[in-house]
Design a protein around this ligand. Sequence first.
Ligand code: PLP
Length: 382
Amino acid sequence: MNQLPSFPADTLAFDSAAARLTVDLAAIVGNWRMLDSLSGKARASAVVKADGYGVGAEAVGRALVTAGCRDFFVATAAEGRRLRGLALDARIFVLNGVWPGAEQDVFTHNLVPVINSPEQLEYLLGLGGSHDYSLHVDTGMNRLGLTIADAQALSAMPGANPVLVMSHLACADDPGDPMNHRQCRDFRAVTALFPRSEASLSSSGGIFLGEDYHLDLTRPGIALYDGGTIEAAIATIKPVITAEARILQIRTVRAGETASYGATHRFERDGRIAVVGAGYADGWLRTMSGSGVTARDDGSAGAFGFLAGQKVPVVGRITMDLTTFDISAIPENRVRSGDYVELFGPNIGLGEAAKAAGTIGYELLTSLGARYARRHVHGVPA
Ligand SMILES: *Cc1c(COP(=O)(O)O)cnc(C)c1O
């Protein structure tokens, strides 16, 4: 093993990578503390499914355990197993529950399955022993979860003793939607059936809906990583992740020439373009191309990058490994090949970039892919 901590190999890789991500762990910890405090009497957990929304579940988990987070949610048993290695005394809930064949994985790693159906519960109770489990009751989302009638029937069974009863809001990011109140009321009727269990209703958006929604445990995911999807969170939540791509070549173009596949962008005057080393294989989605894609319906003209103090538009189609930006507005002496263009981060919001693709920050983050050099900074928050 190469032991050169002051100049580790991955620093070299980071400094020359075609595409790279910087993750600010202190910002994640700060966001979690803010969400924990906004949760009032409830504790905040941390949702780190899908590799911590693409940010890196292990690094996020380690930072948040140090900050005092004691409850984590993942989607699959495999994600839970990986997290268990570092979050030693934390509770790890597996949202998909437990299936025949997966019980070893779940119980040897002391994971808490979230039971979503009567069959799953029957199976779990049939295993014998005393396993901690959570019950997920569907109050309107019609995704996973027991019906309210199932939950009622179950509460009458001796031995039905979940550590946590939870539900999930369908419209938490829209405080004006009457469905929030309806789900909250129905869920409170369910929690009354399980007086010995803790209760949890709110994902990120729900935390901002007020005290009624907090109960015992909140489940923020996206707001740990980005506040852009929730109006009320924008001012309080710090961006955590910066994506950059390196300029591999700068080209001079003449009026009348075109850029990229399909020649969908035609230059009206002479100018310059920067070709950077990230494309749709890196989750820099093709639907945010400058032109020439049909799937986008919001009329936006494509994504922007940020370079030398200003925004520069994507021109033409984004390709698998490469994207072309029009940098004609930047003076020649301010940019060289080898410089990095910010794809999103402090100057271009994740939500803004996602919107250009007709999607949401969640999808952009979890699409980022394996090719980025990743650097986690500020691992020991002040
Ligand atoms: C993903 C998920 C969350 C987190 O949602 P965010 O909107 O990212 O905060 C919470 N609860 C459940 C059941 C989820 O599936």
